[in-house]
Design a protein around this ligand. Structure first.
Ligand SMILES: [Zn+2]
Length: 370
């Protein structure tokens, strides 16, 4: 079970709160190592992408792949449910989400069961709680982790409970704790648990992995207390695009939709990758490029020509709409996609309506003009 001692304290100046995790029967574990393969994202590419795009992301890489398995701990059903705006899902619904976590090769899931871990564990918890009341200087961190390791902890977690950390801070504190683990003989899992208060959840997790974290925590859509936890979905997307992991993420869109539905949560329209508008365009020049790629039969080019994220890799697709900034090609594509003949009269009628509109046309509005 996990002792999130810092979660209830208000530690304005503390950058990292220490949490001790013991390997527990209560944690659902999914072994994903057998499914872990180092096959790059390049297999999605049908054209040599370097010929089409000059990728500044790769020019001075300060984030080389760590070359080891990165674990993920899903906090949706524990930290996530501490959000004041979500509902407690039914048990069957939680199981549904657990199956999707399994499909995404997420390593462990915190299923939120309370539990006592015997007097030994309770002693460590009390110690951690006490120390969490103080500023965590290197000396205090060293003392705490050394005690935890000597008490038999199988895993330790550095927890930025109040979301204060920057990427530099996350990397530094994780690197420091890693050195303590090594001093004590190693073989103890090191976790990073981040929050979104400064909007740095994803980049902090990446920096923590760089600093030596074996496993990182996050929740579906970043739900959690205050502004939430590290959004696990966004973290998975980025690590996949950085080629640090090779989890099959083709059901990640479904995972987000189900998490939102069972927790009665609304995904913002502009939420990265999984928001309604993430791959939706009505702009003529954008749509024309996407349509041209589809016509060439190049699904992947269509996915990346006007998007930093290839929708197809995450179970999603580009959506072409018709609005005041659209060209005729939007209208033609819209009609063809739905099996309607794009004759000139029909296209003109819809195009004129769009040009006079103040926003993107609803599907029903276009249907009336057919
Ligand atoms: Zn937390």
């Amino acid at each position: 079970m996990e002792y999130q001692t810092g979660e209830t304290s208000s530690l304005t100046f503390i950058c990292a709160v220490v949490v001790i995790i013991f390997r527990s029967e209560l944690k659902t574990r999914f072994d994903s190592t057998a499914r872990f393969r180092r096959v790059g994202l390049r297999r999605f590419f049908r054209v040599p992408i370097e010929e089409l795009v000059y990728d500044w992301n790769t020019i001075e890489p300060d984030f080389p792949p760590p070359g080891r398995h990165i674990g993920f701990d899903d906090e949706t059903l524990r930290d996530g449910l501490q959000s004041p705006s979500v509902s407690e899902p039914q048990v069957e619904e939680k199981i549904e989400l657990l199956h999707l976590m399994n499909a995404l090769a997420i390593d462990t899931a915190d299923i939120g069961l309370p539990g006592a871990g015997g007097t030994h564990a309770a002693g460590v918890e009390r110690l951690a709680r006490e120390i969490a009341e103080q500023k965590l200087s290197p000396d205090v961190i060293r003392a705490l982790y050394t005690v935890a390791i000597r008490c038999g902890a199988k895993a330790v977690c550095v927890c930025d409970t109040v979301g204060h950390s920057t990427p530099d801070g996350a990397r530094a504190v994780v690197r420091f704790v890693k050195s303590i683990i090594e001093e004590q003989g190693g073989n103890i899992r090191l976790d990073w648990h981040g929050h979104q208060d400064r909007g740095l959840g994803v980049i902090n997790s990446i920096a923590a992995i760089q600093g030596g974290a074996d496993q990182v925590h996050g929740s579906a859509l970043g739900i959690g207390e205050r502004v939430g936890n590290t959004p696990l979905d966004q973290l998975l997307v980025n690590l996949k695009l950085m080629e640090w992991i090779d989890n099959d993420l083709s059901r990640l869109g479904e995972y987000c939709q189900i998490a939102a539905r069972i927790c009665k949560w609304t995904i913002p329209y502009n939420y990265p990758v999984f928001g309604r508008d993430a791959f939706r365009t009505a702009t003529g020049v954008h749509a024309a490029a996407v349509i041209k790629s589809y016509k060439k039969g190049d699904q992947h080019l269509a996915d990346i020509i006007y998007s930093g994220v290839p929708a197809g890799a995450f179970g999603l697709e580009q959506v072409i709409e018709v609005g005041p900034m659209s060209g005729r090609s939007n209208v033609i594509y819209w009609l063809e996609k739905r099996g309607f003949e794009p004759n000139e009269e029909r296209v003109n009628r819809i195009f004129e309506r769009a040009k006079g509109a103040t926003c993107v046309l609803e599907e029903s509005e276009i249907m009336e003009l057919l």
